[in-house]
Each structure stands twice: as C-alpha cells, then as structure tokens.
Design a protein around this ligand. Structure first.
Ligand SMILES: [Zn+2]
Length: 252
C-alpha cells in the first residue's frame, strides 16, 4: 500500500490495486472562514494544496469520507469531484452526500466488501463532554485486503476507548491518525494531541503510524516540528511518521 498525505485530512491511499481519495478538501488557501472561538483567527485553509486539483484527482477509483465537517469535505470538493465515483461513508452522512449529488454512496454500517477489499467501520470521539457530542458522530475505517497490510484510518478522534478497541480487534499494521490537537477557546482538544499519539503507539506496539491533520486548519494548534521533537524525545520517531504535504510513504 501507498499513502500520500495531500494536505490536512486529505490522503491518497493506494490499496489492493485501487486508489482512494480520503476526506477531500480542495479549497485554495484562505478561501474559507476561520473557525470561530479559537486562539488563531486566520482564514482557512492556512496553506495551498501541494498539487493541482487535477493531479489530486488523477487515478482515483473511490472516495472515503470519515465525516462531513468542512475540513474533510468542502464545497470545492463537492463541486470538483466526479459524482460517479463510489463514496464510502458513515450512516449519518448518507442523505447529505446524496444531496451533494454523489451517485454511488456506499454506507458502511459495520462491514462492507468492495473489489476484494474489506471495510470495517470504527468509531471515535471528536472531543470530550458537550463539545465532543456536538462535533460527532465521526467514524474511521479499517481496510483489509489480500497481500496488503491491515490499514486503520482512525478519523477525527481523540485517544479513547473506541480507538483502543479498534486496535485490539483488528491488529492494524499501519495506522493513520488525525492530529493537530484542534481546540476552541474552551474545552479539551477535539483531535489527537502528541500525548494521544503516544497512547496509540503504546497500544499498537507493532504498528507503523502516520500523522496528518496539521498546519492547515486554524484551530489545529499542534505543528509538525513540536510533534517531531516530542516523538524523538519519547523514542517513537522510528515508527511514527509525520509527512509533509504531498509526501508519500510505501508500506508492504
Ligand atoms: Zn478535522
């Protein structure tokens, strides 16, 4: 399998001979408003795509949307994505995606098999307490395919019981977590902090981990440099990668 971090949560994943575009957010820099009630009030996204939209869409066989917050599926993506592509999603987003014009929305309630690839839906917590309730529901997916490493895309979740259960149930070889420690002026982070990532690593001692969802959306306060320094200090940098936008990693 090959994972290319495009920008933020947008990933291009080649798996089982198919190419998936995960959480497409295709706006140019500063086309969208800042998330309110956060310490950093710059317009979103903070940076441009590292590739042209045509390059991002090239060769894509299917789409995966973990949830429909605008940093995971924006209006630009809704306008530019080919609507005939199969789109895998969580049950609560079905109607909305149909309304957006997608013609082949595949809801993963629990499990789904598609072209030799097995999808399992996992859940998570997009924050704690009232904020977590308000942000949810969110999902992740585990992909399994012949001759491929088991891949767990955790989605927008903090470290929580659901993530621990997904690791125990599926023994993923490769895990992608969405970090940035996104935060409002009040309440706890709603995506993974550096400590959360260390908890994932300790629960999944044999897994390779890729961290995305940083330095693009104004309420994400954890940057790559701080995270890399922390991972170095905790002796976790050998199996936790923090790619730059556009960077791809091959796993076998
Ligand atoms: Zn997000």
């Amino acid at each position: 399998m090959h994972i290319q971090v495009i920008r933020h949560a947008t990933l291009k994943v080649t798996y089982g001979g198919r190419t998936f575009l995960v959480d497409p957010m295709l706006s140019a820099a500063e086309e969208l408003p800042a998330v309110q009630n956060t310490p950093n009030q710059r317009a979103n996204p903070l940076v441009d795509l590292p590739l042209s939209v045509e390059e991002v869409l090239a060769g894509v066989d299917a789409l995966v949307v973990t949830h429909t917050h605008p940093d995971h599926l924006d209006e630009a993506a809704v306008n530019k994505l080919p609507k005939h592509l199969p789109l895998f999603c969580q049950p609560p987003d079905h109607e909305k995606l149909i309304q957006h014009g997608f013609e082949q929305v595949i809801v993963v309630e629990d499990e789904k098999e598609w072209q030799g690839i097995r999808f399992h839906r996992t859940s998570g917590q997009h924050g704690t307490g009232e904020i977590g309730e308000k942000m949810g529901p969110v999902s992740g997916f585990v992909l399994q395919g012949a001759d491929e490493p088991t891949f767990y895309l955790a989605g927008d979740t903090i470290w929580c019981e659901e993530v621990e259960q997904a690791i125990q149930a599926h023994h993923p070889d490769v895990i992608t977590v969405f970090a940035g420690a996104a935060q409002f002026l009040v309440g706890d982070p709603i995506t993974m902090t550096k400590e959360d990532i260390a908890s994932v690593a300790h629960a999944a001692v044999d897994s390779q981990i890729i961290v995305a969802h940083m330095e693009t959306w104004n309420h994400c306060l954890l940057g790559r440099r701080e995270l890399r320094e922390y991972l170095e200090e905790k002796k976790l940098s050998a199996r936790i990668r923090v790619p730059e936008d556009g960077e791809g990693i091959h796993y076998r």
